[in-house]
Each structure stands twice: as structure tokens, then as C-alpha cells.
Ligand binder design. Structure first.
Ligand SMILES: Cc1cc2nc3c(=O)[nH]c(=O)nc-3n(C[C@H](O)[C@H](O)[C@H](O)COP(=O)(O)O)c2cc1C
Length: 305
């Protein structure tokens, strides 16, 4: 058995065309599984790979003569494409300008994000790296403000049924198990958040996802690396910015819909197929607010060893 994912548990198949192979060894160098070696000046399958081919595709992408192809684990030579010219890539100054101009946006114009723009976001986001191929990230797209509001409204109703989760007796009970930092987070952030979300919605104000015209939820499966959906969400956010959209990540929904029967029912109702350790919403829309200045940010610590 190869490394299991929710999509496939097979290892990929490596096919080498000896006639085309020039023995340059590039495929051997890029293979992180040690599935390949050189024998008699030809690429050959190694007898002692680490896991068996994980189907990353790097060997066929690096081969100068198309002598190697990978099949299975959702990949095939059909997944290769010509690289865009290097002159077309963003340089540091442009990337930095895009990042410096980004702000979390929570107020949007009443303008839909069209399908072509959504497809552009997803196209760019599919390039995100993942802990292990193939990507185990799921994407749920809410493509209108009516859909984001309906989700938020259902979420607030669900929170209404889960109020015990932030009750004083439950938090006191849990403190020895989940520790001081979690206790402080629940009392100082999650408990007031329940109130703000529920009361906001009762008064007609959607503070969950701000009636954004587009929300995309990235979540994993029990198999995926917990970082994968977060990386995909980050790619989506930056792509959205490059398309002139305002964006904001929303971290509060995911952890609150993971545990228990009610959470399972909520996920099912919303078409969310798995529970997962990490997940993140990103909302998008044409910003109704323009920021005049950037804000300098710092990390909690930066040690150079
Ligand atoms: C992981 C993550 C989760 C977040 N969750 C929320 C959220 O649930 N609701 C919200 O309004 N903003 C949320 N934000 C936005 C942050 O509050 C925002 O990034 C922060 O205020 C800094 O503002 P800036 O992005 O303009 O620098 C989240 C941001 C991140 C990175």
C-alpha cells in the first residue's frame, strides 16, 4: 500500500521509455521518494523507494525528452502544460505591492463576483503545494450574497443550539483538560463571539461572513495535512487580491463545526463532506472601503540562528 489519502490509496506507476532517456539523471535528483536511480546510463526504477511513487509528477516535469511518465494517484502526462514565460511572472516589487495593499475587507459593494473570476481564483489556487499529492483539500463555493447569508443564518441557528459549549460550567470542566490558553481564548473570544454572531443575525446584521458575494471554504479530510487547506486559502486570498477583490479570512466557523452530532448534521446540511483538523473560509467581493495607508506588522519573534 502507498501513502493513503481520501482520494487514493495506490502508489503511482512509473513508465520509462529507454529509447528516449538520455541518462541525464534530472528525474533522479528531483524524486523525493528515491523511486528512481540511474543504471547503465538510463533512468530506472529503484528497488528501495521510501513509500512508493506518490505521484508528485516532478520527474516527468523535469525530463528534457519526455522519457518518463507517471500514471495513477490522479496524475498522468495529460496534467503537464507548457510553463508561462519567466517574463510573465510577478517580480518582488509587484508581489510586495500587492501584499502591502491588502487589507481584510468586511464591507462589500452590492456587486456579484462572476463565474469567470471564481474560476480564475480556483485555477490559481489549484497550484498550491500540499503535504502529499494528490491534494486532499475540499472546496465549498458560496457564489452569491444570498448563499453566504443563508449559510451564516444556519450557522447562527446552530450556535444557538450549542450555547452550552461556552457556558461557565462547561468551561470550568474543560480547563484542566485543554489548559490556560484555551480557557482564556474561550472566555475572552469564543463566548463573546457566540453572542455577537447570534444577536447580530437577530438584528439583521451578518457578522459571520458579512453577506460577501463570494465565500470559499477550504477544508481537509482525516487524511490531509492540516496545513493544506490553510495554504490553499492563502493562495485564493492573494489571487482574489490580484483580481481587484477585497478579501478576508474567516477562522471562526471551522473549529465550531467539527465535533458532535449537531456539528455533523450541520456539515451534512451545508454539503461539507468531511470533518478535518483545519479549515478556513475566505470571503471575496468588490470593496466598499478604500484604505489610504498600509499598516506595518511584526511577528511575535524573529530569531536568526
Ligand atoms: C486565520 C485567520 C482567521 C480570521 N478570522 C476572522 C474572522 O472569523 N472574522 C473576521 O472578521 N476576521 C477574521 N480574520 C481577519 C483578521 O481579523 C485580520 O487579518 C486582522 O484584523 C488583521 O487585519 P489585516 O488583514 O487587514 O492586516 C482572520 C484572519 C486570519 C488570518
Amino acid at each position: 500500500m502507498a501513502i493513503p489519502t481520501s482520494r487514493t490509496k495506490e502508489k503511482a506507476q512509473i513508465i520509462i521509455n529507454d529509447e528516449l532517456c538520455i541518462g541525464c539523471g534530472r528525474c533522479v535528483v528531483v524524486c523525493s521518494d528515491y523511486s528512481l536511480t540511474l543504471a547503465n546510463k538510463k533512468a530506472t526504477q529503484a528497488t528501495n523507494p521510501i513509500f512508493g511513487c506518490i505521484g508528485c509528477g516532478q520527474c516527468m516535469a523535469v525530463c528534457p525528452t519526455d522519457a518518463i511518465s507517471i500514471h495513477g494517484r490522479t496524475i498522468s502526462p495529460n496534467d503537464l502544460f507548457e510553463l508561462p514565460p519567466v517574463e510573465d511572472t510577478a517580480n518582488y516589487a509587484r508581489v510586495l505591492a500587492l501584499l502591502q495593499r491588502r487589507r481584510s475587507v468586511r464591507r462589500f459593494k452590492d456587486k456579484a463576483v462572476d463565474n469567470e473570476t471564481i474560476e480564475k481564483i480556483l485555477d490559481a489556487t489549484r497550484t498550491a503545494p500540499m503535504g502529499l499529492p494528490p491534494s486532499d483539500v475540499h472546496v465549498l463555493v458560496l457564489d452569491s450574497k444570498e448563499k453566504t447569508r443563508a449559510f451564516a443564518s444556519d450557522f447562527c441557528n446552530y450556535l444557538g443550539e450549542m450555547k452550552w459549549f461556552v457556558s461557565n460550567w462547561f468551561l470550568a470542566l474543560m480547563r484542566p483538560f485543554w489548559g490556560k490558553a484555551n480557557d482564556e481564548m474561550f472566555r475572552g473570544f469564543i463566548k463573546p463571539l457566540f453572542k455577537v454572531y447570534i444577536e447580530g443575525m437577530q438584528q439583521g446584521e451578518n457578522l459571520v461572513n458579512y453577506d460577501a458575494p463570494l465565500a470559499i471554504y477550504f477544508y481537509g479530510t482525516p487524511y490531509s495535512d492540516p496545513a493544506d487547506p490553510i495554504i490553499a486559502a492563502t493562495y485564493a486570498m492573494i489571487t482574489g487580491e490580484s483580481l481587484g477583490l477585497g478579501t478576508c479570512m474567516l477562522g471562526a466557523v471551522h473549529p465550531l463545526i467539527q465535533n458532535g452530532k449537531k456539528a455533523e448534521k450541520f456539515r451534512k446540511q451545508q454539503g461539507i463532506k468531511h470533518k478535518s483538523r483545519e479549515g478556513l473560509f475566505v470571503i471575496f467581493g468588490y470593496p466598499a472601503v478604500q484604505f489610504k495607508k498600509g499598516i506595518r506588522r511584526t511577528f511575535a519573534g524573529e530569531e536568526f540562528l
